[in-house]
Each structure stands twice: as C-alpha cells, then as structure tokens.
Design a protein. Structure first.
Length: 359
C-alpha cells in the first residue's frame, strides 16, 4: 500500500475515535443538525476503519507466518499462510481504495427525470413512453416514489416530453449515467411493410437541489408567466390561469408546469425543476472542464451523445460507452436495469481507481 494511502487511513482511524467521543457527549443532541452531521460521518467512517483494521490484522498474520518460516519444520505451512494472506491483502487494498474514492455529494438525492421524443415522429414519442415506463418500473423495484411533474402526450400515445420527480434513497447514484441519447430499432405498429425503423429519445437525469439551496436563484432573474392549462384535465381546464411558465433570463432555461390545479403548486414545482436544471447545467460545465483534462469512460453526459441502442428484432440492448450488450430486452424494458446500472457504476469506479493510482 502507498504510504500516502496508509497515512490517510490512519487519519480516518483517529477521526472515528474523535467522532465516537463527540457522540458520547450528552450535550451533542442539543444541536440536532450537528448531531445528524456527526452520526452521518460516523456511518461513513465506520466501514472504512473496519476494513483498515482487517488489513492491519492480515499484515500482522503475514509477519507472524514469515517468522514461522524460519523453522524448517513449519516452512511449508508458513508459506501457505503467507500466500493466502497476500491474496487477502490485495483484495482488501482494492476495497480500501474504493472506499477512499471521492463521493459524489448528489448520490443520495432525489432526481428529476426528463424524457423527450427525438427524431422519428410518432414512433419517437412511443419510445419516450416506453423509456418512462422502464424507469418507473425500475423505481418501483427500488421502492422509490414517482411523481409526474409535467407531460406532453404524443398524438398516438407515449410522450413528446415528460418530466417526473423520483424520490428515493440513492436515486441519483443509480440513474445518473442514464443521461444522453437513447436509440430504438424496431418495426412500428403502424408499419405495414414490416420494415425496421430507427428513432430516438433523449434522457436527462438531474439531482434535485436542496431546499437549503444548492442553487441561488435571484427572483429578479426569473420571468413568471401564467396561462390557462391545456389538454386532459377535466372541468378545471381553461377556466383559471393555473399553469406557470418560468424563464431564467441569465441562462435562457424555460420551465412550464400545468399538471397541478393550483397556480401556487405549479409555481412551486416549476421552481424546483428550474433549480435542478440550473444545478445540472453547472455540473455539466464542470464535468466538461474535467473531461478536457481526463476523458471519462462513462462519457460526458451530453444530451446529444448516443449512449444506448435498443434493438427489438435482435432482442438486444447495447450500451456504447462500455461496449456492453445484453440479450434481455424484454426484462430491461420492464425495469430490470440492475445489470446495466451496476456495470456503469463499476466502470466509473475503475476509472476513478486508475486516476487514484496515477496520482
């Protein structure tokens, strides 16, 4: 293990001992915000320190076996112990390095999921609807909550655009690599000649901004327009100006929300989406700077970047960023995304480990 990593781990052992002392102080609960912060730090440090303790124990076991190897009668047994110990040590070192990788501060946050039909007309809207169902089914498997914020339905079904808020622990960490262009190859229901058509949709996954606010929005920078909602909605539609359109003048970002019956609720929801879009824009600009220095295996997250192809005739889904092809399209479209998301997360961690080794 590199001395710098060993030193970092030793400092974490000292910090955990300090956090333990703080938690033992009865007065710490007087400030609940500080108490939550300390307990969260304790939860993050404990598994790392436990791994490091295991690592040091294996190191001690190897040292003892090396001493034992000086006895000719015990050499064979000692050599086996050393071999097993070194293999354990190697595995533990990889686990420790993974634990030391920089944490994405957004990983535990809720998300806004935006899906828009792209090239392909009605078929792209149908595909956008299929993608939304896929993510909704995945969220259901994770026991997350899905709330539609805004939707514009296609002429023959699906969505021209749909925005949903997904509430659940780790939603961003599991879905953050889904942003980009998704392409479908299949025979549309309206195709009489049986020809395969190609169409596309774009997906954007954005971490929800904290109420305390990750994003500082100056009210004077936002133009608020109200208008009458349109589309399905029953007796309240077109009777009151309940729909809200926000225009963030510095960035040109426009958000509309008309699904709620209350103008106040629509305005509140629209501001949440606006904050998430501004936060996402800031993050992508930062990632672009970093990508210029070091190319990411997972891609830039650029909305125009084609990241995945869903080929129905061949029953396959291919993620182009990591060259992964799975012949289980029915399962994936039904929300079984674990194999894809796990592979993307592993690839990202592998790159982070490579950068850690380089540094």
């Amino acid at each position: 293990m590199k001395p710098s990593i060993n030193q970092k781990l030793s400092s974490l052992v000292d910090r955990l001992a300090e956090v333990d002392r703080l938690l033992a102080d009865p007065g710490v609960v007087d400030d609940m915000d500080n108490y939550r912060k300390i307990t969260r730090e304790h939860a993050e440090l404990s598994p790392v320190v436990a791994l490091f303790n295991d690592y040091q124990k294996v190191e001690a076991d190897i040292a003892a076996a090396q001493e034992m190897a000086n006895d000719p009668d015990m050499r064979e047994f000692a050599d086996d112990e050393i071999k097993v110990g070194k293999a354990k040590l190697e595995a533990l070192e990889v686990d420790l390095q993974r634990q030391l990788l920089p944490k994405d501060p957004n990983d535990d946050k809720n998300i806004f999921l935006e899906i828009r039909g792209g090239t392909g007309g009605d078929e792209s809207a149908l595909f956008a609807g299929d993608l939304f169902r896929m993510y909704a089914r995945y969220a259901e498997r994770q026991r997350w909550q899905v709330e539609i914020v805004s939707e514009s339905q296609g002429e023959v079904g699906g969505y021209k655009e749909v925005i949903a808020r997904i509430v659940g622990q780790g939603a961003y960490s599991r879905l953050k690599f889904e942003s980009g262009g998704h392409r479908v190859q299949r025979v549309p229901a309206t195709e009489t000649q049986g020809r395969i058509h190609t169409s596309a949709a774009t997906v954007a996954v954005m971490a929800e901004a904290d109420d305390a606010s990750d994003v500082n929005i100056n009210p004077s920078d936002v133009r608020v327009d109200t208008f009458r909602a349109s589309g399905a909605g029953g007796q309240h539609i077109n009777k009151t100006d309940s729909a809200v359109r926000l225009t963030h003048i510095p960035t040109g970002i426009v958000v509309e929300c008309q699904d709620g019956r209350s103008q106040h609720k629509n305005k509140e929801q629209a501001f949440r989406v606006l904050a998430a879009r501004i936060k996402d824009k800031q993050m992508r600009e930062q990632q672009a700077k970093e990508a210029a220095e070091r190319k990411s295996l997972i891609g830039s997250g650029d909305r125009s970047e084609r990241i995945r192809t869903y080929n129905f005739p061949q029953g396959r889904v291919t993620d182009h960023r990591i060259n992964l092809t799975l012949y289980k399209i029915d399962f994936i479209m039904d929300g079984d995304l674990a194999e894809l998301t796990d592979a993307l997360i592993s690839e990202h961690q592998a790159e982070q480990l490579a950068a850690l080794a380089t540094n």
